[in-house]
Design a protein around this ligand. Structure first.
Ligand code: CAO
Length: 479
């Protein structure tokens, strides 16, 4: 007994030590709760203000927006909709090249520009002028994130290397869109369609008999901008714990491939046998070594196709997407007037239908051609058959429900008047997006110099007189 006592004490001691070290480990690994401004490790009490009236998700975040064209501006516009103060830096006299591209109103900023730059402020700075660099240095010190999508190396050539930026502001997040990630193509300039081709989208889009196709959706530019925005918000969140900034890189090729990942899934399946859900299988056409273009086949395991509707002869968008989802097969047979297919062993199971999909869709089309695409939608949805009308941009622009949700918004602009835009597609219940018009070139230069950067009147005059914020005079240009 006497001997056991020290043994027990030893065990108890060991237990306490283990508990202590477990607590230590827990303390080390458990994520600290943060209140969003990095100042406290505890979440604040839940706000008592009504939803939507307690600031915005990114209130307090300031973005140095060095983006142009589409990919970068898509990202910073989203951040601005979530409440970030986005300061767009543009080249004096020129600005974002899209201001003047595809102009529909003479002398006014194009829709290309206005639809990608809502809720931002604009300052003109010649980044290659010493006084321009003075302003940029001040911006770097006060901003949380620098976002850019220049050609590879352009930011470094301005002198804004990671080391330089990080020395000025160790908390700065530097976010970039590039065409390609590190590798053989990293130095290439890239536009939308190049990314669609390099990311695997074009080779898998279109009809088998035809050439590769690019899509209307800008998955290379806007898609990568979306990815970048998520990277930035994640880096901001990590900064709450780490206190330091980091680089965020989204390559357009990677962004497109991420959106085309189901095709890389199929690339691996093809080595093991034909892709039975592709209509090519039912048509008896052998598969090659790479994923083929699949026309309008559905991307998942449910066969689908685009079918003509009433009026297709004159209306190029009188079509519906029709999915023969297995659980809806009975309803489909009833709707199209083929109830016998429900029990016919040649049609009753998905496996039996696979080789005949083309003929089955032709039969369904005989029915859809007797109805408008909206009638097909009403009839089929009532019995849970998944279908969708092919909506034209005109129909989308006039759609009342999209206006109500703020997905399609009308914006007023001082030089171009009213225009339609796409609002924030991501709806937060406590951070309501209002769409504010895009800035005129350099519209906020003065207020940024004084209110944001705190330059005194004599300093503002010195900077302005140096020519760093204005377009070079004609004689200088000519010289
Ligand atoms: N002050 C002074 N110079 C400025 C400036 C400013 N405020 N803003 C830009 N510049 C300069 C840059 O420093 C660069 O100069 P250098 O080449 O001498 O260093 C120059 O303007 C041109 O920049 P760029 O090469 O980025 O622009 P580009 O029109 O030649 O190329 C694009 C455009 C999109 C192909 C290229 O920027 C790119 O590949 N970006 C990355 C991928 C991307 O985002 N593509 C999608 C674009 S949306 O379709």
């Amino acid at each position: 007994m006497a001997k056991k006592k020290p043994q027990k004490a030893k065990q108890a001691k060991a237990k306490t030590a283990a508990k202590k070290s477990a607590r230590k480990v827990l303390k080390f690994t458990a994520p600290k709760k943060a209140n969003g401004n990095g100042k406290s490790n505890n979440l604040p009490k839940p706000s008592s203000k009504p939803y939507g009236q307690d600031g915005k998700a990114l209130t307090g975040v300031r973005i140095l927006d060095f983006t142009h064209v589409q990919s970068g501006p898509t990202c910073t516009q989203l951040l601005a909709w979530f409440g970030a103060d986005v300061i767009k830096v543009e080249r004096p006299g020129v600005g974002d090249i899209t201001r003047g591209q595809l102009r529909d109103v003479p002398g006014a900023d194009s829709l290309y520009f206005t639809m990608l730059n809502h809720n931002k402020r604009s300052i003109t700075i010649d980044s290659k002028h010493p006084q321009g660099m003075r302003v940029l240095n001040a911006l770097i010190k006060t901003c949380d994130v620098l976002v850019e999508n220049f050609a590879p190396g352009a930011l470094d050539r301005m002198g804004l290397t990671w080391d330089y930026i990080h020395k000025l502001n160790p908390r700065m997040i530097v976010a970039s869109v590039k065409g390609f990630g590190p590798g053989p193509y990293e130095d290439c300039k890239v536009y939308e369609n190049v990314a669609q081709c390099a990311g695997g989208s074009a080779s898998t889009t279109g009809f088998r008999e035809g050439p590769p196709l690019v899509t209307g959706a800008q998955i290379g530019d806007s898609g990568t901008g979306l990815h970048l925005a998520l990277g930035i918000v994640s880096a901001l969140y990590q900064r709450i714990r780490s206190g330091r900034g980091q680089k965020v890189l989204c390559a357009m090729q990677d962004g497109v491939l991420n959106l085309a990942r189901v095709k890389l899934r199929d690339q691996q399946r093809i080595a093991k046998g034909p892709l039975t859900e592709y209509s090519q299988y039912g048509e008896g056409v052998p598969f090659g070594k790479a994923v083929p273009r699949a026309g309008n086949d559905s991307g998942g395991g449910q066969p689908g196709w685009i079918l003509k509707c009433k009026g297709w002869e004159s209306d190029p968008d009188a079509y519906t997407y029709f999915i023969t989802q297995a659980p809806a097969w009975g309803a489909i047979c009833d709707v199209i007037g083929k109830p016998e297919w429900k029990t016919d062993p040649d049609y009753a199971t998905p496996k039996a239908r696979l080789p005949k999909l083309k003929a089955i869709f032709a039969t369904i089309e005989q029915w859809t051609m007797t109805k408008t695409k909206f009638e097909v939608m009403d009839i089929c949805n009532a019995v849970d058959i998944p279908v969708g009308p092919i909506l034209s941009m005109k129909e989308i622009a006039e759609d009342e429900s999209l206006r109500k949700t703020g997905t399609v918004v009308e914006v007023d602009h001082p030089t171009r008047g009213k225009y339609l835009s796409v609002g924030n597609p991501i709806k937060l219940s406590d951070s309501i997006s209002e769409v504010k018009r895009s800035p005129l070139l350099g519209e906020h230069t003065d207020e940024i110099l004084t209110d944001v950067l705190g330059f005194k009147a004599n300093e503002v005059a010195e900077i302005k007189n140096s020519g760093a914020l204005s377009a070079p005079k004609k004689e200088e240009k000519a010289a």
